[in-house]
Write a protein that binds this ligand. Structure first.
Ligand code: SF4
Length: 249
């Protein structure tokens, strides 16, 4: 297994503005796991994984948490394990990236109008953060959303990411149930209109079981691209369906 490299775009300034400290201690269980992994794999990243992509992004993608041999090793979201393969190939197809993805943080890949974050920025055991950890990490997501001045769409990958995004926007989960392919009209805590998109997570499990196919994932991005060509001041231009806040296509 190759050692971790400095994450692209975060080399000199890490931790970037708004990112947690490298030794963030807000989640005791994750801190213990981080320390174990630092002993086992001293060359790996083994700290909170910073978001990837510029702050001029209009699309923010929110995943669940770093994977052990993925982002926790390489320091870049969705890089180094299976989950990145479908995500980055789809981003390339829809013009949200440039360069080539080679599952290494120094592969030269750059995101275009797009940024990728995680709901929980530290590696959880068995890829399963507990509720307290999701809650503890949410302020970093809230801060990130407020910093992205050109943000128009947030894509949540999976139920946990969706739930924390809804709460980061100051909304109630019961008003915005997770549903693959959904496009919700929402506003953030400052009243800025946004669209919240849902997709099943592009994990190996979901793709191997057929819960998420490449065609399903591409359909989500088709909806996002369609949303982004609407005037930014009027994201509700699409006709609302009966479901509260739901945009129809
Ligand atoms: S998951 Fe987030 S809040 Fe918890 S220790 Fe890591 S960076 Fe801090």
């Amino acid at each position: 297994m190759p050692p971790a490299l400095t994450p692209a775009g975060h080399g000199k300034g890490f931790p970037a503005k708004g990112e947690p400290d490298a030794d963030c201690a807000l989640c005791p269980r994750l801190v213990r796991f981080r320390q174990q992994n630092r002993s086992l794999y001293p060359d790996w990243h083994n700290r909170p994984v910073p978001s990837f992509g510029g702050e001029d992004a209009c699309l923010l993608i929110v995943g669940l948490a770093p994977g052990l041999r993925g982002a926790n090793r390489t320091g870049r979201p969705f890089t180094g394990d299976f989950a990145g393969d479908l995500l980055y190939s789809t981003l390339d197809r829809f013009g949200f990236s440039g360069g080539s993805f080679d599952a290494r943080p120094d592969d030269g890949l750059r995101l275009v109008d797009c940024r990728i974050a995680n709901a929980v920025r530290c590696l959880p055991p068995e890829n399963k953060p507990i509720g307290a950890e999701v809650n503890a990490c949410r302020p970093f997501l809230e801060d990130e959303i407020s910093r992205l001045k050109g943000l128009r769409v947030v894509l949540a990958l999976g139920v946990v990411a969706h739930g924390t995004v809804v709460r980061a926007l100051g909304r109630k989960k019961k008003d915005f149930p997770f549903r693959h392919g959904a496009l919700y009209r929402v506003s953030d805590q400052q009243g800025r209109p946004l669209v919240l998109a849902n997709s099943y997570h592009c994990s190996r499990y979901n793709t191997n079981t057929g819960r998420l196919t490449p065609a399903m994932f591409e359909a989500v991005f088709t909806g996002i691209r369609s949303t982004l060509v609407q005037p930014s001041s009027n994201p509700g231009r699409k006709k609302l369906s009966k479901r509260k806040g739901q945009l129809s296509n």
